[in-house]
Design a protein around this ligand. Structure first.
Ligand SMILES: [Zn+2]
Ligand SMILES: [Zn+2]
Length: 380
């Protein structure tokens, strides 16, 4: 069966110097183990805004969900018409890191290692006749995208695309940082700094893991009702003069047996708060930076006293084979809230407004609806 070249596709393309526009693209049919996805929904993440300045042209977007519209001859995990979510971590299973169980930082395929191998053929996606890169090898802010079969995860009818698209980034990062990276134990105390998309998922994962005390910290008290809905037992409003959150840390210490919390997750993406989780934890506690802070900051080494652990897991140490079925099952059991994360939806041409709202911290998660659901879905 010959599959047609897609000539009417559109994508949000950045010049890598801070600008973007919606442009026509052409996509060739899938080769070998590639899959062509018609995107229905794409999540909007801080990383997408950052990617406007990555210095080279890109199709934006790394969170997406849609329908399989063409498949390559060797594809075995999905068929045409399947509903899928997209996942940007496709470990090779053979390298040093994969063999050490750290599949999210696969030396061959992880976007953070700078390797371009193991992904869909670059030459198959053209903009003005030239191959164009896709953010995290996905480029979900588009009507279509061509990916490897390992980058798609089948989903059921009960989950709307607008929710499913969030699993392959914010949900995985928050949930995985708690469950896979810190391995939060039942009966413990957890602090989460920042109640955005990643923070809310850290909060609900801590609650699911059986933490007794889950303290949500934010500078915006309008975030607290949703934080409580996601499982926060306490909320703590940071005062405007508490920019390093040390006053909040003193309050948390009192709540946590005058000792400090067992775990603290930083999900604010504010560079100066890179050291803050250390101030919230007890001796021997675990601080987790899951917001992707990469700037140079100074650390007061006494914050590490004593025996504290500081980790910055990528993508919640995602193990696709294990984590996506687990997350989808928890959603089915109504234990993991995802629909509730979607605060505002936008059409693709409203992307400038979506970025504006992102920067203003207006949404738990904003989502682009690229194409409506084919049928009204049953209520979850
Ligand atoms: Zn993201
Ligand atoms: Zn690998």
């Amino acid at each position: 069966m010959t599959q047609p070249v897609i000539t009417n596709a559109k994508a949000a393309i950045t010049d890598g110097k801070g600008h973007f526009s919606i442009e026509p693209i052409t996509i060739s049919p899938p080769q070998a183990d590639e899959v062509l996805i018609e995107i229905h929904a794409a999540g909007i993440c801080h990383t997408d805004y950052d990617s406007l300045n990555w210095g080279k042209p890109y199709i934006l977007g790394h969170e997406g969900a849609g329908i399989v519209s063409q498949i390559g001859p060797n594809v075995t995990n999905v068929k045409i018409g399947d509903r899928v979510l997209l996942n940007w971590a496709i470990p090779c299973g053979e390298c040093f890191q994969c063999n050490s169980g750290r599949t999210a930082i696969c030396e061959k395929n992880s976007p953070v290692t700078g390797s371009m191998s193991g992904h869909a053929t670059l030459q198959s996606t053209l903009h003005n006749g030239t191959p164009i890169a896709r953010s995290f090898h996905l480029g979900t802010m588009a009507t279509h995208t061509l990916v490897k079969q390992q980058a798609v995860v089948k989903i059921n009818n009960n989950i709307p695309f607008s929710s499913a698209c969030l699993i392959g980034c914010g949900v995985m990062t928050g949930f995985g940082s708690v469950v896979n990276a810190a391995k939060v134990k039942p009966g413990t105390s957890v602090v989460v700094l920042g109640c955005g998309g990643v923070g809310l998922n850290a909060i609900q994962a801590a609650a699911i893991s059986g933490a007794n005390t889950v303290i949500a910290v934010d500078i915006d008290e309008t975030k607290f009702p949703i934080a409580k809905k996601f499982g926060a037992t306490h909320t703590l409003l940071a005062a405007p003069d508490d920019s390093s959150l040390r006053k909040c840390a003193a309050t948390v210490r009192k709540i946590c047996a005058d000792r400090g919390a067992d775990y603290c997750f930083e999900s604010t993406a504010i560079p100066v708060l890179g050291d803050a989780p250390l101030a919230f934890i007890r001796n021997g506690g675990t601080a987790v930076q899951c917001s992707g802070i990469e700037q140079t900051i100074s650390f007061d080494a006494t914050l590490f006293e004593w025996d504290k652990i500081y980790i910055n897991p990528l993508y919640g140490c995602c193990q696709p084979q294990v984590d996506f079925p687990r997350i989808l099952a928890l959603y089915d059991q109504k234990k993991l809230l995802i629909d509730e994360l979607v605060t505002t939806t936008y059409t693709l041409d409203k992307l400038p407004l979506a970025f504006q709202d992102l920067l203003a911290g207006k949404n738990a998660k904003g989502v682009l609806i690229i194409k409506q659901e084919p049928n009204p879905l049953p209520q979850h």
